[in-house]
Design a protein around this ligand. Structure first.
Ligand code: M6R
Length: 620
């Protein structure tokens, strides 16, 4: 939540910072703001509630030339403390307006800090936790051993802060540097020629450099035009972890599409292929990082998958494969609930934490809880070096590329594929599958990019259908077996993008209550299992559809090509390529993504930035 960017170099900071904010707006879009150091002791700040476009209009009205300067920073907000109004927008300043701070995360002891400042006569002008940091830094900078030393002042204040935070700080007296600090919230440094960047995500500076440095926990970095210097919160020299970003600017741009989400739906074949690439070598499945012995994998006697939202649905799909291939019990748990119910964990438990961003706080806390109980943790993540993989014993990266649309699409498909690789790695280590069986399953997985590509050809039909049902009050989604999590994912997409009431059900449950919801013309989307692969389930679902059709529902059926038995019960039939049972979610999800996007578009919504949401949720 919240995107932050800082810059010192040879370009106009305002341009660089606004460019970065455009690429970080997916992280939050309740307000935006910038601060520029003009080099002559003035700190120019502007901030506006609403989208970045509002801030840009205000900057135009102010005259952008008044923001000239080669050091600065910016912020795009997902509101936590106080409503999204101008006065709560970042940057926040001290009373003398010499220090400016932007912040991602939550300062948990802010009430106590606020009370302390107010007792000292400081008048706070916002409802935010962030403003306390600005006043504290200004106070520490003005006095004692740290007087005139911005980085030392930031370190001193960071030691007092509780919670998760990334801070970027500037001071009018220090026009040639920007200081940033992190604890449990992302921060990367961008290393350019005569210019340096700090940001929540490399997307903010990918236009200028692909050389980056990932900062560790409780570290402070100072960037100048010439270089960067990292210390810990005590001031001891520390090291970041340099890496080169393996994607380029085009991956973070719309490439002619109206929305990122539409582009990301089309990128799914590549996302799958890239996720699978390199993970089957010399007849063996390999992970990206493994700080566990093979014997540890052999000793595993129970698996938990912990995740949120779409990532959780990918875990529900994985359960079918891991139990089937590894003969291990698998529980799939919402990360936000996991640590609050005292799950039974020990050294022989494998906790698979699935997260696109790698910074979702609910999932991170679940990982920490699991590790405290001595469980082994394996992360499935799309973001190189994010906090969740850093705190895990093994990592498998989904190489889906940057996902900018708030609704997960290509990352979700890549998570399913990666979870399957985890299942195969476990089956291989534990010997529950012979090497030739593992090879066959991998080859089957490797056929999915082509199947997804073929499924994309249903887009025009699905979009037309979306327009037809765009005015419906609600939509229900039904599935069975691996089709059930697909139904849940279809409903989630529709809720978050089109703000429509949507529910996913296991079709067999319908008769136990939800069938009461069926009324004339209610669209019901049904994900059919294969008539060959799951014949018994198929015939039961045909009966379920006939029951709802008899009660007036409008049936929209996603079925394998050639599934003639279901045709009479489908008011609309969307045909997807035949796959093996476990791989069907990878194709069946695609029409549901397209349907939700088109319904949202017909209703006039911004499908990349649905209301109230943010891409990465770094608060509990
Ligand atoms: O970054 P993560 O995968 O941990 O995010 C988890 C969820 O917040 C995410 O999948 C969310 O549900 C998406 N908006 C769904 O489209």
């Amino acid at each position: 939540m919240c995107g932050i960017v800082g810059y010192v170099g040879h370009r106009q900071a305002l341009d660089v910072v606004l460019g970065g904010l455009h690429r970080l707006e997916y992280r939050g879009y309740d307000s935006a703001g910038v601060a520029v150091l003009d080099g002559a002791g003035a700190l120019r700040v502007q901030r506006k509630a609403g989208r970045l476009a509002n801030l840009e209009a205000q900057l135009d009205a102010d005259g952008r030339q008044s923001f000239a300067g080669t050091a600065g920073m910016g912020h795009t907000r997902w509101a936590t403390h106080g409503p999204p109004v101008d006065r709560n927008s970042h940057p926040h300043r001290d009373a003398a307006e010499t220090v400016a701070v932007v912040h991602n995360g939550i300062i948990e002891n802010f009430a106590e800090l606020r009370a302390e400042l107010e007792a000292d006569g400081v008048e706070l002008t916002s409802d935010t936790d962030t403003e306390t940091a600005a006043h504290l830094i200004a106070r520490v900078y003005a006095t004692g051993d740290t007087a005139g030393d911005l980085e030392a002042s930031v370190r001193t204040v960071c030691r007092r802060l509780e919670g998760a935070f990334t801070l970027v700080v500037t001071h009018a007296d220090v026009p040639d540097k920007v200081v940033a600090a992190r604890r449990s919230s992302p921060l990367v440094v961008g290393v350019g020629e005569g210019e340096h960047f700090v940001a929540s995500d490399v997307a903010a500076f990918i236009e200028h450099t692909r050389e980056a440095v990932e900062l560790g926990q409780d570290q402070v970095v100072v960037i100048t035009r010439e270089g960067y210097e990292v210390t810990d919160f005590m001031g001891e020299p520390a090291q970041g972890k340099p890496f080169t970003v393996d994607w380029d600017l085009s991956a973070a741009e719309k490439g002619g599409h109206e929305y990122f989400m539409l582009k990301e739906i089309e990128e799914q074949p590549d996302a799958l292929a890239n996720t699978l690439r390199g993970h089957f070598h010399n007849g063996r499945i390999t992970l990206d990082e493994q700080r566990l012995a093979d014997q540890d994998l052999r000793d595993i006697d129970k698996v938990f998958v912990v995740a949120c939202g779409s990532a959780y649905h990918s875990g529900l799909v994985a359960k079918y494969a891991i139990e089937h291939w590894c003969r291990l019990p698998v529980e799939v748990e919402l990360a936000s609930e996991f640590r609050y119910r005292d799950p039974v964990l020990d050294r022989d438990t494998l906790v698979v934490a699935v997260s696109q961003s790698g910074e979702t706080m609910d999932t991170l806390e679940a990982v920490r809880h699991a590790r405290e109980q001595k469980a082994r943790v394996l992360a499935v993540c799309n973001t190189n070096g994010a906090q969740i993989p850093r705190e895990s014993d093994a990592v498998l990266y989904t190489h889906a590329g940057p996902e900018i649309g708030v609704a997960s699409t290509k990352a979700f498909l890549a998570q399913i594929a990666a979870n399957y690789l985890v299942g195969l790695a476990l089956a291989q280590a534990r010997g529950t599958k012979y090497p030739d069986e593992v090879a066959r399953e991998f080859a089957d997985l490797a056929s999915t990019p082509a199947a997804v590509q073929k499924t994309l050809a249903t887009a025009a039909q699905v979009r037309a259908l979306g327009r037809e049902i765009a005015d419906s009050k609600a939509v229900l989604f039904l599935g069975r077996h691996v089709g059930y999590p697909v139904a849940l994912e279809g409903a989630l997409k529709l809720k978050e993008l089109a703000y429509m009431h949507a529910e996913g059900f296991a079709a067999g449950e319908l008769k136990h209550g939800p069938i009461a919801l069926i009324e004339q013309d209610l669209p019901v989307v049904v994900v059919m299992p294969s008539p060959k692969g799951r014949a018994v389930l198929h015939s039961k679902l045909v009966s379920n559809i006939s029951e709802i059709q008899a009660r007036g529902a409008r049936t929209i059926v996603i079925a394998e090509e050639g599934d003639d038995a279901v045709r009479p019960y489908a008011d609309s039939l969307i045909e997807i390529p035949a796959t093996s049972t476990l791989l069907q979610p990878l194709v069946a999800t695609v029409p549901l993504q397209i349907l939700a996007a088109e319904i949202a578009r017909s209703r006039g919504y911004d499908i990349d930035k649905p209301r109230n949401l943010a891409k990465s949720v770094t608060v509990e």
